[in-house]
Design a protein. Structure first.
Length: 342
């Protein structure tokens, strides 16, 4: 609420600025975080947008660029903090993790850390300089080159049920038809992620939109940017930062249990099912893709759906590593995942 001060700089209502907050000095390079601060003309909450805690997920930088272009400060109530490159160290090497010899190389598993590893220092600055001054948060995690994610994640089991409830409201107001209810102690979502830390330590409702990826062509990728802009505007309306009401989807796929269908072997992934089948049903055993040996051209393995489900995240042909991103299938078994309206 009120005037926003970041990095010792006060941004006046109705103006915008880019603030650089230093983190540390690595070998020969300065590590810092650049944040766009958009101070609305009217008083209201502060909304933090993080992108690229994982250094190779650069599609989300395009979302924030478009957001910054489109926001009219004369209509905005409150402030937006948008950080296109949260983890400049991993971005520099084009990798998910920071390439040091630490035992905490993944920034989105390093929040609340006690050491001085690069990820600990980066996330500490994000917490102390940005999270502590924010009321809501979006942290983007999108597909890397060759795969596309397709869901909105929110935490449903925080100590304070109100935070879970607002987070769910934000997920629905993102106006994207796949909602992924995440639990702190299940899967990859934990107290050490941005979302867990924001909710548990700072009391900030948060979501993780995962829409889009790279390598699918500009028309498709521009469509994903529009999906995300619609979602952000829906959130700003839901949270009272813009006039109007979000438009909700007629139907959502509520993802409960799901299968990550990933290759055991590295190789050339040749899809049988691709983007055109996204959000459609697959049967148990249905062939999704083949993994081709890049040297002998033999079929190394077939990727098949482990059960009856709905494809949500998917991929194009590309060279995968063992366990790499390929397909997400929401399980329809025992109604664990289901289509419903709100
Ligand atoms: Zn990520």
């Amino acid at each position: 609420m009120g005037l926003i001060n970041i990095g010792g700089k006060t941004i006046q209502p109705g103006t915008r600025d880019i603030v650089t907050v230093p983190v540390t000095k690595d070998l020969g390079v300065e590590i810092n975080i650049k944040a766009h601060i958009l101070a609305g003309k009217f008083d209201g909450p502060t909304f933090l947008f993080l992108s690229m805690l994982h250094g190779e997920e650069w599609f989300s930088m395009l979302i924030l660029r478009e957001l910054i272009r489109r926001i009219d400060l004369n209509e905005l109530k409150g402030n937006i903090i948008a950080i296109p490159v949260a983890n400049v160290s991993a971005f520099n090497t084009g990798t998910r993790c920071v390439m040091d010899n630490s035992d905490e190389p993944d920034a989105n598993r390093s929040f609340g850390g006690e050491y001085l590893w690069l990820t600990n220092q980066i996330t500490r600055v994000i917490e102390e300089e940005f999270m502590s001054k924010s009321d809501y948060m979006i942290d983007y995690h999108v597909g890397t080159w060759g795969c596309t994610m397709a869901d909105i994640g929110y935490g449903s089991d925080y100590d304070d049920p109100k935070i879970s409830e607002i987070s769910r409201g934000m997920a629905l107001a993102y106006q994207f038809p796949v909602i992924h209810e995440m639990k702190l102690n299940k899967g990859t979502h934990s107290k050490r992620t941005s979302m867990g830390r924001a909710a548990l330590h700072y009391g900030i409702p948060a979501i993780v939109p995962e829409i889009g990826g790279l390598g699918f062509g500009e028309d498709i990728e521009k469509g994903w940017i529009e999906d995300n802009i619609r979602g952000i505007m829906g959130n700003l309306k839901y949270l009272g930062m813009l006039e109007g009401e979000p438009e909700y989807c007629d139907k959502y796929l509520f993802v409960g249990d799901y299968w990550r269908v990933s290759p055991k072997n590295g190789g050339y992934l040749e899809p049988v099912i691709g983007l055109d089948r996204q959000f459609t049903k697959v049967e148990k055993g249905e062939l999704l893709a083949r993994i081709i040996d890049p040297e002998t051209f033999e079929v190394l393995e077939e990727l098949r759906s482990p059960g009856e489900g709905v494809i949500f995240y998917t991929c194009r042909s590309y060279m995968v590593r063992p366990g790499g991103w390929a397909y997400g299938v929401a399980s329809l078994e025992n109604n664990s995942s289901y289509w419903g309206s709100i």
